[in-house]
Design a protein around this ligand. Structure first.
Ligand code: AMP
Length: 296
């Protein structure tokens, strides 16, 4: 079934009014759908009577105009994939629908969780943009459950904080990072990598896997773990490589409870992010396929 495509909040509310009884699951995206998005849609399909997908390239979370302009926009293909995934309603608003003239409100999540990692590198305006658009989308859709990918781990922490602080009645569900055979996290931006860039980018999952291997050997010191990552990324000059507490995102002296190992690195024209969670007592290493190094 082709999903119903709506472009205004009024039409979205009208489409959802008769469909709320069996639960509404919501997957917010910026489009250019790939398997990572589809894994979120499958989870939503399994647990809800109605599935809503939003496609909105949110200008307020982009720092660089060039990145915003180059962001892939593939709505027709996205709608076809959404149909296959059993999406009921696609909400694809214009920028003017989301930010009409006179728009003056920002939802800003403060503190350490937005000041570190992506917030430190991209500036506070990035997560202000994310929190504001996610708040607006949650108010527009009013879903029972909303689905987010672990690839954007800090985004999930920020969204959970905002939902708790504002009392937004929605369950936030996180799904694991979907990866290609060589381990590279799927991303809409990967389409802008040349074949050469793509081969270079495969060092990212290798580097995280090397740290996971070190962690499995008992290394608990953040500096040793990030050094292991940097050694594998030699020549790539990452923007950051950090090990922080998985919940508070605060710096830690030693991994004693779940920790987030996160990095950002530019490859060719694209800025890529990736992460793994290191959990004492749990071995959950990235499988590296035929094109990745075998660290096993
Ligand atoms: P985006 O369209 O990149 O803004 O992403 C929309 C949602 O899909 C976010 O919750 C992302 O975390 C999630 N997502 C993006 N890439 C992946 C991936 N490789 N695996 C799982 N979820 C993903």
């Amino acid at each position: 079934m082709t999903p119903q495509i709506v472009r205004t909040v009024a039409d979205l509310r009208a489409a959802l009014a008769p469909r709320r009884a069996d639960g509404v699951g919501f997957v917010p995206t910026m489009g250019a759908l790939h398997e990572g998005h589809l894994s979120l849609l499958r989870a939503a399909r399994n647990a809800n009577g109605t599935v809503v997908l939003s496609i909105f390239v949110n200008p307020t979370q982009f720092g660089e105009a060039a990145d915003l302009n180059a962001y892939p926009r593939t709505e027709a293909a996205d709608v076809a994939l959404a149909a296959e995934a059993g999406v009921d309603v696609v909400f694809a608003p214009s920028v003017a629908e989301m930010y009409p003239s006179g728009f003056a409100t920002t939802v800003s999540v403060g503190g350490a969780i937005t000041g570190t990692l992506e917030g430190a590198e991209r500036g506070r305006s990035h997560f202000d943009g994310v929190a504001t658009v996610v708040a607006k989308l949650l108010l527009a859709v009013q879903p029972d459950r909303a689905y987010f990918g672990a690839k954007d781990a800090q985004q999930v922490v920020v969204v959970r904080r905002m939902v708790a602080d504002l009392g937004i009645p929605v369950e936030i569900v996180t799904r694991p990072t979907s990866r290609d055979a060589d381990g590279l996290a799927r991303s809409s931006r990967n389409t802008r990598l040349s074949p050469g860039d793509r081969a270079v980018a495969a060092a990212i999952p290798r580097s995280l896997r090397a740290a996971q291997d070190a962690f499995a050997r008992g290394i608990r010191d953040p500096r040793s773990l990030t050094d292991t990552v940097r050694a594998e990324l030699a020549g790539l000059n990452p923007e950051y490589v950090e090990v922080v507490d998985a919940d508070s995102l605060a710096p830690i002296a030693e991994v004693e409870r779940p920790a987030l190992l996160a990095l950002a690195v530019r490859v060719g024209p694209v800025r890529l992010i990736d992460n793994v969670v290191l959990v004492p007592g749990l071995d959950d290493r990235i499988p590296l396929g035929p094109n990745g190094s075998d660290h096993a």
